[in-house]
Design a binder for this molecule. Structure first.
Ligand code: FAD
Length: 307
């Protein structure tokens, strides 16, 4: 029951100010956010890499309100890509981007987001890596898929994310599996109405399995984004049945969550990528992590009360 309340709070400016200023917040945020700057995140990329893990880097931020902020988002990714190149880490790390941070919800936002994300995708390709477009709330997805299709004309490795809780997603999965896309499948992290999304958790898991099957049997590159042990073992079985080799799909988990399981899958020979978020605008990302697991919220509240 707490999840939807926290997700509603994740869009409230009042709560943003309260949570950001609360004593003890920083300590809890540090579990999920790898740091504030490129300098903070580079050693973490190295460390994950030494553990045999791949990385996808997310400069946190979303729902911006000015065009200048959208340029700043683009520049933050370009700076990151420049640093990865200098350090020879390009092939270990791909990027994940939220188009709302690139201006998607502003006036002429579709064109603005495309114009901002294109140089990032181009720079990533220049260092031998790629970009995945995260999925945000359902109102943004037609634009996200259109931008994905446009970018794939020049950069076919560009990935996108689909969310198992949405009714539309099996159709999206079929289309993306047929055109050979890199696709991350996740359960879905936003507060969505019953008119567009499944509300019952076991039913979301069943949809996730059906969608994994479509992706595994298709022509694309499936990326299984989940910490759920049952879905991970079903994913392994579906990959085996589809005759996929270990480099023809991958698992992905979030930084700070089930690290032992990340190591275990990598040690078993699976490609395992850790979604590593960093930056100062961490509020929305952090609140979604609290909403996913009530124990995180209890830990957070306790850490505020004991400061
Ligand atoms: P759950 O049933 O939620 O969790 C299974 C188990 O994992 C839990 O029992 C718990 O042990 C552990 N766990 C899960 N979440 C947490 C947590 N926050 N803290 C501690 N333990 C936890 N969603 C989007 O809508 N758009 C995206 O673009 C997107 N990208 C993602 C990228 C990656 C790599 C991953 C892993 C998730 C992404 N998500 C995204 C979030 C996703 O939609 C889910 O909200 C999130 O992954 C929780 O679902 P789950 O599959 O892990 O299963």
């Amino acid at each position: 029951m707490l999840g939807p309340v926290i997700l509603a709070a994740s869009r409230s400016d009042k709560m943003r100010r309260f949570v950001s200023a609360a004593p003890g917040t920083k300590q809890v945020v540090a579990r999920f956010i790898a740091g504030e700057t490129v300098d903070d995140v580079v050693p973490i990329v190295r460390e994950l890499s030494e553990r045999g893990l791949e990385v996808t880097l997310d400069v946190v931020g979303e729902d911006i309100t000015t065009v200048e902020q959208s340029y700043a988002a683009r520049d933050a990714y370009l700076e990151l890509i420049g640093r990865l190149e200098e350090l020879g880490l390009g092939e270990r790390a791909e990027m994940s981007v939220k188009l709302s941070m690139f201006g998607q919800s502003l006036d002429d936002g579709h064109e603005l987001a495309l114009a901002n994300v294109r140089p990032v995708v181009e720079a990533a390709a220049g260092i031998g890596t790629t970009v995945t477009l995260d999925a945000e709330d359902h109102t943004t997805l037609d634009s996200m898929f259109a931008i994905h299709e446009e970018l794939r004309k020049d950069f076919p490795q560009t990935g996108c994310v689909i969310q198992a809780y949405l009714f539309r997603t099996e159709d999206d999965a079929r289309r993306l599996a047929a055109n050979g896309s890199r696709v991350r499948i996740v359960k879905g992290a936003y507060k969505e109405p019953a008119s567009v999304a499944i509300q019952d958790k076991p039913e979301i898991d069943k949809a996730y399995v059906r969608i994994m099957k479509i992706l595994m049997e298709g022509k694309g590159y499936p990326m299984i984004g989940s910490h759920d042990p049952r879905l991970i073992s079903v994913g392994q079985e579906l990959a085996r049945r589809a005759g996929r080799k270990p480099d023809e799909y991958e698992f992905q988990m979030l930084y700070g969550i089930r690290s032992e399981e990340q190591n275990r899958l990598a040690a078993e020979g699976h490609r395992m990528r850790v979604y590593t978020a960093y930056g100062t605008d961490w509020y929305g990302y952090f609140m979604r992590r609290l909403a996913e697991k009530p124990a995180n919220l209890l830990f957070f509240v306790r850490s505020i009360l004991t400061k």
